[in-house]
Ligand binder design. Structure first.
Ligand SMILES: *Cc1c(COP(=O)(O)O)cnc(C)c1O
Length: 360
């Protein structure tokens, strides 16, 4: 047998939700935080032209996409790097700044891919305590060790749904050593952009990266497009690690058109927030503990692992799939994406109906 290197051989494959039922039929997914509606019609129209040039390699510098993102957010195009989803950028950051001799630090209930990305470099992954209120700046700063190289924080958080205020993110940066790279993953940033000014300016300090994705609010999960704002020196290193031509021309064209149709994205966010609050209200009225959320999902706290599994099974029996959160250290919790109205119209009554039984 040919052996993989130990830090790869020791890992399990990254686990995604299983969206196929026992008999092989697809389940309606509330498990991957996909958008409740398809991409903007403008974005859809952009795909055909790109396909007609499918024999050519894509733009390795994402020129049009960076220009559109820079214009929308008031940023310099050179400060932006794009990835095949933001997972591509998370993995590249881990590869460039961590290895077997050091450590990555995350909050206790962080997005599980941070840990995977760290472990695939051979680095140690440390976790700082986190309570129901959300990420604790103090706990993260206190958990920094001499060999900590990167701190990954999703804001708003997944699966917690909680959000650090801008002042807290600044306090986190101020509280970390200058030579620790802070990566703020804003995969759900668009769902909270109306609350406060963004934190892109922290990138100017030279040791902070802010990531975003087209997978959530823009509804392009299938196209695999993420982006981030990087200090020049970090960008230089990350470009060495990213595969050349990492985003297809179709992905770039669709993403560029989607970013240029910000009104559609904002409407998606408004629809999502309205549906999320309506869902949370109804589930709370039925007796469930639903955490406040700043994202396109809600997190049900069922109190015990057995109850969380019970609710997940009842959903699955009805052809619906939520996401248990054992992987994020929340075995008593079930995450439900705010899905299209017709899916919510099945999920919510079902949960209301079984509340008395499962919450006993
Ligand atoms: C969904 C998600 C991502 C990954 O998004 P892609 O851009 O599709 O790779 C990254 N971070 C968090 C916190 C997420 O929830």
């Amino acid at each position: 047998m040919i052996l993989a290197v130990p830090h790869v051989a020791a890992r399990a494959a990254y686990a995604l939700a299983d969206v196929t039922g026992a008999d092989g039929t697809p389940l309606l997914s509330l498990s991957q935080n996909e958008s409740l509606r398809p991409p903007s019609p403008r974005a859809q129209a952009a795909a055909a032209q790109a396909v007609s040039e499918g024999h050519l390699y894509p733009d390795p510098d994402w020129t049009d996409l960076r220009r559109a993102l820079a214009a929308q957010h008031g940023l310099a195009p050179e400060a932006i790097l794009c990835g095949a989803g933001s997972m591509d950028l998370i993995a590249a950051l881990a590869r460039a700044y961590a290895d077997a001799g050091n450590a990555v630090l995350i909050p206790a209930h962080a997005y599980p891919f941070f840990r995977t990305a760290a472990q695939l470099t051979g680095a140690r992954c440390d976790a700082a305590p986190e309570d129901v209120a959300g990420v604790s700046v103090g706990a993260l700063c206190a958990a920094v060790r001499p060999d900590t190289r990167i701190v990954f924080v999703a804001n708003p958080g997944n699966p917690t749904g909680t959000r650090l205020a801008r002042a807290d993110v600044v306090a986190l940066r101020d509280g970390l050593p200058q030579d620790v790279l802070l990566v703020v993953d804003e995969a759900y940033g668009e769902f909270a952009d109306h609350l406060e000014p963004p934190v892109f300016d922290l990138v100017d300090r030279g040791n902070t990266v802010v990531l975003r994705t087209l997978s959530k609010a823009y509804g392009l999960a299938s196209l695999r497009v993420g982006w981030g704002v990087f200090p020049a020196e970090v960008a230089l290193q990350i470009r060495k690690v990213l595969l050349p031509n990492n985003i297809s021309a179709v992905g770039q064209a669709v993403a560029t058109a989607a970013v240029s149709d910000a009104a559609y994205m904002r409407e998606t966010c408004a629809l999502t927030i309205e549906a999320r609050e309506a869902c949370a209200d109804r589930l709370r009225a039925a007796g469930y503990a639903v955490r406040p959320s700043h994202t396109n999902f809600v997190l049900l706290d069922l109190g015990t692992h057995a109850r969380a599994r019970d609710v997940a099974q009842r959903l699955q029996d009805a052809g619906l799939v939520g996401r248990l959160q054992d992987g994020a250290g929340l075995p008593h919790a079930l995450r439900l994406t705010i899905a299209p109205p017709e899916v919510m119209a099945r999920a919510i009554p079902l949960l209301e109906h079984c509340a008395a039984e499962v919450l006993r």
